[in-house]
Design a protein around this ligand. Structure first.
Ligand code: NAI
Ligand code: NA
Length: 399
């Protein structure tokens, strides 16, 4: 078959296996030519390792000097009557292939991270492949839902402001159009459910499960990712439902830090830069900011993608000699370049000019759209998209 990009609103409905492999390969190449991570961990568990920051973590630690073995949990789907399958599914296949070529262990566990059964499956894999212990646990799940235990119901996260409505613009990637939206304030229940889905509870459940099964190695660290952003984005992010969930995650990092102190390890909420991922394009009101931010940071030469952020995180912060640097709230900050004063001054100026007619010219819409397409394996120069691809044999030859 020939696979074409299909986008509905801001959601990709198709993915190209060859392009996904290309995306993984480019990140591997970046890591190999970049200044190495020394003293890195050897046995790494990534929860949410099939795309975005989680996949970049996996690549940085496997293909750099750290040469880590990895177990990754993700929620992805292969081809079915509904379509070709998700990009993360193909990323998993590509990662495993390249990692095994270099003699690394790369275990992909697909299923719901929130469930007990997947936690048990991972603990078994840690027994089998890691001699029973992990050195690093990275929690990088981004989800809209979480099944309630022992029930058919779900908690659903909402992306809404709190206490007031907020207006902003989304950009429909499907039609390249700017859509002005007003988001009503969240109800208390929506706030609570967002905290259930995107807060720290499941991160803590993972670490507890691993402590209880005696799977924590000496010095084991755990990280989860957060976002704070500049004032401009606070109404929709930090002061809204997602921000509440992130504050919960920050608090969880403190309790996990105490628990892991027993193993001479630690826990860190890591604040990253705003980036185009499957998860972030979903946030209404954030896109104009990202278009302006990309434009300004690229011009200033300070732009980073997921892989650049993760390589710098592990090399300069987590596994450099000396103490892990944190701010006064004990957060590990990777958003310093985004929040640079001069950068933000320019971004503010640009955002205030953006509108439905000029966002493609003034903002970095081209870069934004291309990055989104590439997340799904499209828009790579050296992939022949006209070539027939047999999914069945692709999956079998690589798996
Ligand atoms: P992503 O959508 O690229 O990755 C999410 C991962 O979670 C995927 O591997 C997916 O398979 C997995 N996942 C989703 N539901 C799951 C489930 N039920 N069970 C198992 N795995 C599941 O998202 P991204 O952007 O890498 O997000 C990761 C974290 O980084 C999130 O906490 C997000 O809030 C945070 N973050 C993202 C920023 C951004 O601009 N993209 C900025 C700062 C933080
Ligand atoms: Na991720």
């Amino acid at each position: 078959m020939i696979i074409e990009p299909v986008i509905k609103g801001v959601v990709a409905k198709s993915a190209h296996p060859v392009g996904c492999e290309q995306a993984v390969l480019q990140q591997i190449q970046y890591v190999k030519q970049s200044e190495p991570i020394t003293n890195g961990p050897k046995r790494v568990l990534i929860i949410g390792g099939s795309s975005g920051f989680g996949l970049a973590t996996r690549i940085a630690l496997t293909f750099g000097r750290s040469k880590a073995d990895t177990i990754s949990v993700s929620y992805e789907h292969g081809p079915s009557s509904k379509g070709v399958g998700s990009a993360g599914f193909y990323n998993n296949i590509a990662f495993k292939k390249f990692a095994e070529e270099e003699g690394r262990i790369a275990v992909n566990i697909q299923g719901d991270a929130f469930s007990d059964s997947i936690k048990e499956q991972v603990i078994e894999a840690v027994e089998t492949y890691f001699e029973g212990e992990v050195d690093l646990i990275v929690y990088s799940v981004a989800s809209g839902v979480r099944p309630k235990p022992n029930s058919d119901e779900m908690w659903r996260s909402a992306i809404k402001p709190i206490g007031q409505s907020v207006s902003g613009a989304s950009i429909l990637l499907e039609t390249d159009t700017w859509q002005q939206t007003t988001l009503p304030p969240a109800t208390d229940q929506e706030v609570d459910e967002t905290i259930k889905v995107m807060g720290g509870e499941d991160w803590e459940a993972w670490v507890d499960a691993l402590i209880n099964s005696e799977s924590i190695g000496e010095g084991c660290k755990t990280l989860a990712f957060s976002y704070i952003g500049p004032e401009l984005t606070h109404p929709i992010y930090l002061d809204g439902t997602l921000g509440r969930a992130k504050i919960d995650l920050h608090q969880t990092s403190h309790s996990l830090n105490l628990k892991l102190a027993n193993f001479n390890g630690g826990a860190y909420a890591t604040v990253c830069k705003a980036l185009v991922t499957k998860a972030s394009v979903f946030i209404p009101g954030l896109t104009p900011y990202i278009l302006a931010l990309y434009k300004v940071m690229k011009e200033r030469g300070t732009h980073e993608g997921c892989i650049e952020q993760m390589q710098r995180l592990f090399r300069d912060k987590v596994y450099s000699t000396g103490k892990i640097p944190v701010d006064c709230e004990r957060l590990l900050r990777m958003d310093d370049r985004e929040l640079d004063v001069e950068t933000q001054r320019e971004v503010n100026q640009l955002v205030s000019q953006l509108n439905a007619d000029n966002f493609k010219q003034l903002g970095d819409y081209q870069g934004f759209k291309q990055e989104f397409l590439r997340l799904n394996g499209f828009s790579f120069d050296d992939v022949d998209y006209g070539k027939e691809i047999d999914l069945e044999s692709w999956i079998n030859s690589d798996a």
